[in-house]
Design a protein around this ligand. Structure first.
Ligand code: BG6
Length: 484
């Protein structure tokens, strides 16, 4: 029987999400210097014709208009990130007052409109100066530099920001490391470095949690994990075991750090056996265990699937079902760990144009699973449908596919809540169209259409999509009446 939602609890934070480099533009304005994403996206433009990060949605110049539109939708919260290279352009040392002012103005504007800010400290955009100086996240030096940056930001905004998230999607950074970090050519086959980078991020995350606890009375802090529940391809015991292995290495390995302060035994045993484990220095695990999380942000787009993999195959970590064109079926091979698991396509689920499985029940499943294991409040920090939207001559954008996707995911989340999961917020991706991490600007996610192409930023004029009015009504009804 179809499940229909009743109203959400009072105070539930209906929101939307973006990240700095994907939406702000003004990449070299008012003292900002390059981040690694400016460089990575310049290369993407040259190699694939995707837009650079120079203008993106020009939110830097349109933020007051954008906040007014968010308020018109009825948003109670907005989750966004701060660009480290805007506030400390060289990564360390001199602070850029104009950069800090931008975030002051944005946060003031949000609060003036009754919108609670949820701040992410780091969303893939390490200052390029730190990559040049010591290789960025590859070097342990980054942890100290992150601490200084995090202390500055948390101190600066502690009176206005209650909810803090630390590092966006460490799990996805490990999986797609050349897209999320600048990795010099000579390191790209060294898969141990993926886990070393992640270990440095675990230290940085723990430090940021401790800083929020020290500096923000009543504040709440946690990471944001990119999370896909992993289903076995069949009910054969070997496939079920492979799905558990994939879960342990791709999900549990991060969750256990955030909530238990330790690495997952099975995943660590696999990494050690294959020379992939991070180098851990004395005191590291104590620091990680001290930086406890109060909550967790979850980014959910799609579930994934795994099957058993024979011992004698070749390890493949470069790609996992990646589609760079938006033509269904145009995908790379899948991640393979011989003797542990092999990722594969789920034949039972529909996908979007980029072959991402559409699976609302996967959201209920993962929320209940994480709640059962760790028992901490959760927020959805990203959830959305990438699509080729069309701006009509009259300024309308009809996106019924997005309305369907979001409505069913909200219903799935509510059913998890009916079963006891404590949810703080729902922030779909994205408030407005922005630069995709993998597909330029033609893959759109927003409630607000931004008129530009990969080649031409035009004026970035804003238009309300059909999903804008739909989400406004969902919020006005406090989520009641949606069907799974
Ligand atoms: C998440 C990221 O992994 O997925 C976002 O946090 C990203 O930054 C989103 O934009 C969607 O992925 P993509 O590649 O379609 O932009």
């Amino acid at each position: 029987m179809a499940y229909t939602t009743t109203a959400f609890p009072d105070g539930f934070l209906w929101g939307a999400s973006t990240s700095a480099y994907q939406v702000e533009g003004a990449a070299y304005e008012d003292g900002k210097k390059a981040s690694q994403q400016d460089i990575i996206n310049q290369n993407n433009y040259r190699e694939r014709g995707f837009a650079t990060a120079e203008v993106t949605s020009d939110h830097y110049h349109h933020f007051r208009e954008d906040v007014a539109l968010m308020a018109e939708m009825g948003l109670k919260t907005y989750r966004f990130s701060i660009a480290w290279s805007r506030v400390i352009p060289d990564g360390t040392g001199a602070v850029n007052p104009a950069g800090l002012k931008f975030y002051h103005d944005l946060i003031d504007e949000l609060i003036a409109h009754g919108i609670e800010p949820i701040v992410t400290l780091y969303h893939y955009d390490l200052p390029w100066a730190l990559v040049e100086r010591y290789g960025g996240w590859i070097s342990r030096q980054v942890v100290d530099d992150f601490e200084a940056y995090a202390r500055l930001i948390i101190t600066e905004f502690r009176d206005q920001v209650k909810y803090w998230t630390t590092i966006n999607e460490q799990s996805i950074i490990v999986q797609y490391w050349t897209q999320k970090c600048y990795i010099p050519e000579e390191h790209r086959d060294n898969n141990q470095l993926r886990y070393q980078i992640n270990h440095h991020m675990n230290l940085a995350h723990a430090i940021a949690c401790n800083l929020v606890h020290e500096l923000v009375p009543g504040g709440m802090v946690g990471s944001v994990i990119g999370y896909s529940p992993i289903y076995p391809l069949t009910s054969r015991a070997e496939d079920v075991m492979a799905a558990q292995n994939a879960h342990d290495l791709r999900n549990g390995y991060y969750l256990d750090i955030y909530f238990k302060g330790k690495y997952t035994d099975s995943a660590m045993a696999y990494l050690e056996r294959h020379g992939l484990a991070p180098k851990i220095e004395p005191g590291d695990m104590e620091l990680i265990a001290s930086g406890t999380s109060d909550m967790l942000g979850i980014n959910y787009y799609a579930s994934e699937c795994a099957k058993a993999c024979p011992d004698d195959g070749t390890r493949e970590m470069r790609w996992n079902g990646v589609n760079l064109t938006g033509k269904k079926g145009d995908i790379s091979g899948f991640e393979t760990h011989p003797g542990f698991y092999e990722m594969c396509k789920n034949p039972l689920l529909d996908t979007n144009d980029w072959d991402w499985a559409i699976d609302p029940i996967g959201l209920e499943y993962l929320l209940r699973d994480i709640w059962m294991r760790y028992g901490k409040p959760l927020m959805v920090c990203e959830n959305g449908l990438g699509a080729f939207d069309m701006l009509e001559a009259d300024g309308s954008v009809h996106d019924p596919y997005r309305i369907d996707y979001l409505g069913r995911h909200i219903a799935a989340m509510k059913r998890a809540m009916d079963y006891g999961v404590q949810m703080l917020a729902y922030c779909p991706w994205s408030a407005l169209d922005l630069l995709s991490t993998s597909n330029g600007v033609k893959k759109r996610y927003g409630f607000i259409y931004v008129d530009r192409t990969d080649d031409d930023p035009r004026e970035c004029r804003r238009y309300r999509k059909d999903s804008f009015a739909w989400y406004r009504d969902v919020i006005a009804r406090n989520g009641a009446g949606l069907t799974l």
